[in-house]
Ligand binder design. Structure first.
Ligand code: SF4
Ligand code: FE
Length: 483
């Protein structure tokens, strides 16, 4: 692996020249800009763990393409053990960063594209898999970060890509030239986009036959001509001033992944980087495999950060002298129980993994959908319990400026103190972290990341085998199956 640690990862980003805007101004160096740097430190943790003695086995894998040791974030899952190791790795990373570390989106895109490329080649005699393998070996050997770019703007949601009044609402091929294609459109909510090396463009939905130009999968360097990114705002991002390290909540890492718009304004993509062009009948499979992998992840990364949140609350109630209350202990028990329930489904859908014809392993899709569906509820319930136990002062705390003020600092220290011997500053720091972890942006990500709740419900009903369940019920009470 060329990039061997977090510092080398940051250096590698400084060598790229992507066009990135935030609050109307360009960002020259994402590794140092206060809006983007916390997210990059979080992604850097994926590099750090790969080199660590303790987690190296989880964070690396042996490439089935080259036999070389690679980051697990660039690996094509070869068996159930790979799927389970990924889940364990994501929980550790959630614990170490308390937030999204972004790199799983590219991993899931790599796995979905690999298996679907194989199946397209089988059916159409194309050579997508060979192209993809070549690209992937470079990603693995150099240990690059890939942003899996799926979600299109979608315009009028009642219309298919080909029927949109504005065809750019879905990324599409606008020209086929000697040597490659030209694409136009945008991808929204792209986690880790500004600190990735490569973009893996994928369709966002199943396409009909008329949408051939929109059925495109390809890889593009982040600084290819014609690409512009706009980094999103997050709750309290103006607090990321050097002086406001306490008020920001988690000073080292962001509240959530760090998302951006990626606009493609006539970007040329050479053929060797094109892995689907017009095979509309495979778009649904590709989207669904990607989504299932990512839904499985949520019961791991989010449980890691909920471990941190539970620990923060458990410490805060100690400081506040309420830790022994029976209802406090019960609520903390419930937080742990909900969290471990989520983790169980992540492990379960991985343990029930199965090989696609390419050999790449898929998670059990029903259990992955159940996992993500529960995230959209349990994460909110865990956050509700955390806010309940922490107390209303989360919302009314004076700022770090007041804490450090010569005029009023003594008042803040005196009246926000807790148990004797514990500095007031500790109580405030913990409260700010809980505020950041239960506030707007973090929870919205759990609701809509990897697909909104309704997307999982559609799949749960579709895969729920209702006919079989009806037959089971009839059989038990002797109703003929034909009635
Ligand atoms: Fe990975 Fe979780 Fe972030 Fe998705 S939300 S990229 S699974 S850390
Ligand atoms: Fe996400």
């Amino acid at each position: 692996m060329k990039i061997r640690n977090g510092a080398q990862y940051m250096d590698s980003l400084r060598k790229l020249k992507p066009r990135i805007y935030y609050k109307g101004k360009p960002i020259d160096d994402v590794t140092r800009h206060p809006a983007t740097a916390p997210h990059i430190r979080s992604a850097a943790m994926t590099y750090a763990l790969a080199g660590s003695d303790e987690y190296g086995d989880l964070a690396t894998a042996v490439s089935h393409l080259t036999g070389r040791t690679i980051s697990r974030f660039t690996h094509v899952h070869q068996n159930v053990e790979d799927l389970i190791k990924k889940i364990k790795l994501l929980r550790v990373l959630g614990q170490k960063t308390g937030t999204c570390f972004q790199r799983c989106v590219g991993l899931d895109g790599i796995n979905a594209t690999y298996s679907v490329a194989y199946e397209m080649d089988e059916k159409y005699g194309t050579n997508y898999l060979e192209r993809f393998k070549k690209w992937l070996i470079r990603i693995q050997d150099e240990n690059l970060m890939v942003v899996g770019a799926m979600t299109d703007p979608k315009g009028d949601r009642s219309k298919s890509p080909a029927d949109q009044p504005d065809p750019d609402q879905y990324v599409h091929v606008v020209e086929r030239r000697e040597g490659g294609i030209v694409i136009r459109g945008a991808k929204l909510h792209m986690t880790g986009a500004v600190n990735s090396h490569e973009i893996l463009v994928m369709p966002t939905t199943a396409m009909n036959e008329r949408s051939r130009d929109w059925a495109v999968v390809c890889a593009v360097p982040v600084d290819a001509p014609g690409i512009t990114m706009i980094f999103g705002r997050q709750a309290s991002d103006d607090r990321r001033d050097r002086r406001e390290r306490i008020d920001v909540g988690k000073p080292s890492f962001g509240a959530v992944g760090g998302e951006a718009v990626i606009a493609f304004e006539d970007v040329f993509v050479p053929h060797e980087r094109v892995f689907m062009d017009g095979e509309t009948d495979f778009t649904g499979t590709l989207v669904y495999r990607f989504a299932a992998h990512h839904r499985a992840n949520y019961g791991a990364c989010k449980t890691g950060l909920m471990d941190v949140l539970t620990g923060a609350v458990a410490y805060l109630v100690q400081i506040q002298g309420t830790a022994k209350g029976s209802h406090v202990r019960d609520k903390i028990t419930e937080m742990i129980h909900l969290n471990e329930t989520l983790y169980s489904s992540s492990i379960a859908c991985s343990a029930e993994g199965w090989p696609t014809p390419s050999g790449a392993y898929m998670v059990d899709t029903m259990l992955a959908n159940v996992c993500k569906q529960n995230i959209t509820r349990f994460h909110f319930e865990v956050a509700r319990l955390a806010v309940d136990l922490a107390g209303g002062f989360l919302a009314t705390l004076p700022s770090q400026y007041d804490l450090e003020s010569e005029d009023v600092g003594h008042l803040v220290r005196k009246y926000f103190s807790g148990a004797q011997g514990i500095p007031t500053e500790h109580r405030i720091k913990i409260a700010r972290m809980i505020e950041a972890m239960t506030g707007g942006t973090a929870l919205i990500e759990s609701m809509h990341g990897a697909g909104s709740p309704q997307a999982q419900r559609i799949m749960i009903l579709r895969e729920g085998q209702l006919d079989k369940k009806i037959r089971l019920a009839k059989a038990l009470i002797g109703i003929p199956q034909k009635n």
